[in-house]
Design a binder for this molecule. Structure first.
Ligand code: F6R
Length: 357
């Protein structure tokens, strides 16, 4: 039930800190160590390459998941859009492990891939919010995201939960292979939950940003680099699906190769910057669009006033930044849709689970 909330989407955005804390509890044993099925550990260990298969928002979680698996567990990882993989299969490694990410566990495009790779004898793991769903029944292993039912069509808490589970898998993978890593998913996730809470408490600010940047606009650009590139793709999808504003998530350095032609006086551009090593680059990209008239807003772990409005994020582990930077993006989309009188929880033309190819 919605309780005092006007929409499920807002309720589900607010639930994210609790979901993350719930995940910490579920995946931790009495000694504070990660509790993971031995067979999953073995499958991950044995695999020479991971193939992450997903659609929509879950695909965006997979993009961040790849970074975690490669940077923490040193596992080569590819991420594929399920419907593309289905009819245009890439060359597979000798011993692949397939990881399906699906909130519903019912997405037909994912299931199509699962059927094909099972025929080849490949192992499969599903990360899902619905145990007992088709993908869990048909794959070898399952990891549950414990986000609770997600009712709003636009996915929010399932996305952050998927990345949280990935971080646990990555940390466990590193340990199982004897890789030294300072990355402690459990303690980092605790900090993430607090940071999410801080941002959920700034709804008035997010509503104001939606008003200042999104009202009356036909289009909107989101830019980021590295991890922030992944999260801006999700930010753009959120805005598109519920407010019907045309939005694009771009790699900061790619704008100048064509898309910058679309920037006019007043075009909203939201830049996300949480990654130290590319901070200066993305700020440069923001300056480039401002010089062409863009109305720029920056979501950053560093407060500066040079590039227009700034939403300041609490300091967070860079590898987990999308879990936190997505919160303002979700809230801005929510308010942008609300201001346009859109049906936030049930956007036109969309279904919660897509069981047709
Ligand atoms: C966007 C959204 C969709 C789903 C996609 C995959 O907010 O909800 O893009 O993420 O249809 O669905 P699942 O995760 O159920 O496989």
């Amino acid at each position: 039930e919605k309780g005092t909330y006007s929409h499920f989407m807002l309720k589900e955005i607010d639930e994210q800190p609790f979901v993350i804390r719930n995940i910490i509890q579920k995946y931790q044993d009495e000694d504070g160590d990660i509790k993971l099925d031995q067979d999953i550990r073995a499958a991950l260990n044995d695999a020479d390459r991971l193939y992450v298969i997903a659609a929509g928002t879950s695909y965006h979680a997979g993009l961040a998941g790849k970074e975690l698996m490669e940077k923490v567990a040193e596992k080569p990882t590819e991420v594929h859009i399920a419907s593309e993989f289905l009819y245009n299969e890439p060359l597979l490694s000798e011993n692949p492990l397939f990881i399906f990410i699906s909130q519903s566990g019912e997405t037909a495009d994912c299931r199509g891939v699962l059927v094909n790779v099972k025929e080849k004898g490949c192992q499969s793991l599903t990360i899902t919010n619905v145990p007992g769903s088709t993908l869990t029944r048909e794959s070898d292993f399952t990891l549950h995201t414990y986000a609770g039912p997600e009712i709003a069509v636009a996915s929010t808490k399932a996305y952050t939960a998927q990345m949280a589970v990935f971080s646990i898998l990555a940390m466990d993978g590193a340990r199982a292979q004897g890789i030294h890593s300072d990355f402690n998913a459990i303690s980092e996730l605790g900090l993430i939950a607090n940071a999410m809470e801080t941002l959920c408490d700034q709804k008035e600010r997010m509503e104001q940003v939606a008003r200042d940047y999104m009202s009356g606009t036909r289009n909107c650009f989101f830019i980021g680099r590295a991890m922030d590139y992944h999260v801006v793709q999700e930010g753009a999808l959120k805005l598109k699906e519920i407010s019907y504003i045309q939005a694009e998530g771009f790699a900061g350095g790619e704008l100048k190769h064509g898309t910058i032609a679309l920037i006019e006086d007043g075009t909203p551009v939201v830049g996300v910057t949480t990654q130290q090593h590319v901070n200066a680059n993305i700020r440069g990209n923001i300056q480039e669009v401002i010089a062409r008239g863009a109305n720029a807003c920056i979501i950053s772990t560093e407060a500066t006033k040079e590039e227009g409005d700034t939403i300041v994020l609490p300091n967070i582990n860079e590898l987990l930044s999308p879990l936190v930077s997505v919160v303002p993006l979700q809230l801005i989309s929510y308010y942008a849709a609300l201001h346009r009188d859109c049906d936030v929880d049930k956007p036109r033309n969309l279904a919660k689970s897509v069981t047709v190819e």
